[in-house]
Design a protein around this ligand. Structure first.
Ligand SMILES: [Fe+2]
Ligand SMILES: [Fe+2]
Length: 159
C-alpha cells in the first residue's frame, strides 16, 4: 500500500521511508526479525556484524516463544550484550580510523543501548522483570533505527 520506499528524494526522505517500510515488514507481533537488503549499509564488516545481532535477537525471541526458562534466556541475553559490545567497539575503532566527525554522538547512542539492555538483564536476573515479546520488539526497533540512521551515515562517510 505504502510506496514511499521507492521514493528517491533527498537523503532525509530516503532514510525515513526505508525505516517505515522495514518497520512494516517487522511489525508482526510474533514475527521473526528477517534480514533484508534494506538493512544493508553497504559495508562488509558492519553488515555481517548486524546479521549476527539479528540472529541473537531471533534466538532470544524463539527461546521466549518456546517458554524457555530464566537460565537459557539469561544466557542468550548475555551473549547478545557481549556481541553488541564487540560490534560497537569495531564501529568505534573504524570511526576513529577515518576521523569521523559524528564519533561522539554515535558512540553515545551505543552506550545508552548497552546501559538499557544491561539494566534489563540485571532486573531480569534479580527476578524483577519478565522477558517478553516487548523486549525482542524493543531490540529490533532499536537496531533498525540505529542502522538506518547512524550506521548508514557512517558507511556513507567510509566510501
Ligand atoms: Fe552504530
Ligand atoms: Fe552497528
Amino acid at each position: 500500500m505504502n510506496q514511499q520506499g521507492r521514493r528517491q528524494g533527498g537523503h532525509g526522505h530516503a532514510v525515513a521511508s526505508c525505516t517505515e517500510k522495514t518497520q512494516q515488514i517487522l511489525g508482526g507481533y510474533v514475527s521473526y526479525f528477517v534480514w533484508s537488503d534494506e538493512l544493508s549499509v553497504g559495508n562488509a564488516f558492519i553488515d555481517s556484524d548486524h546479521q549476527m545481532l539479528v540472529d541473537y535477537i531471533n534466538q532470544l525471541h524463539e527461546a521466549m516463544a518456546k517458554g524457555h526458562g530464566k537460565e537459557i534466556l539469561g544466557k542468550i541475553l548475555d551473549e547478545l550484550i557481549r556481541y553488541a559490545k564487540e560490534h560497537f567497539q569495531r564501529e568505534e575503532d573504524h570511526m576513529k580510523s577515518i576521523r569521523y566527525a559524528d564519533f561522539a554522538s554515535h558512540k553515545q547512542e551505543h552506550e545508552i543501548f548497552i546501559k538499557e539492555v544491561s539494566d534489563l538483564h540485571a532486573k531480569f536476573s534479580a527476578g524483577n522483570a519478565m522477558l517478553s515479546v516487548r523486549v525482542s520488539k524493543f531490540l529490533k526497533d532499536w537496531l533498525v533505527n540505529h542502522i538506518m540512521k547512524l550506521d548508514r551515515k557512517l558507511a556513507a562517510a567510509s566510501r
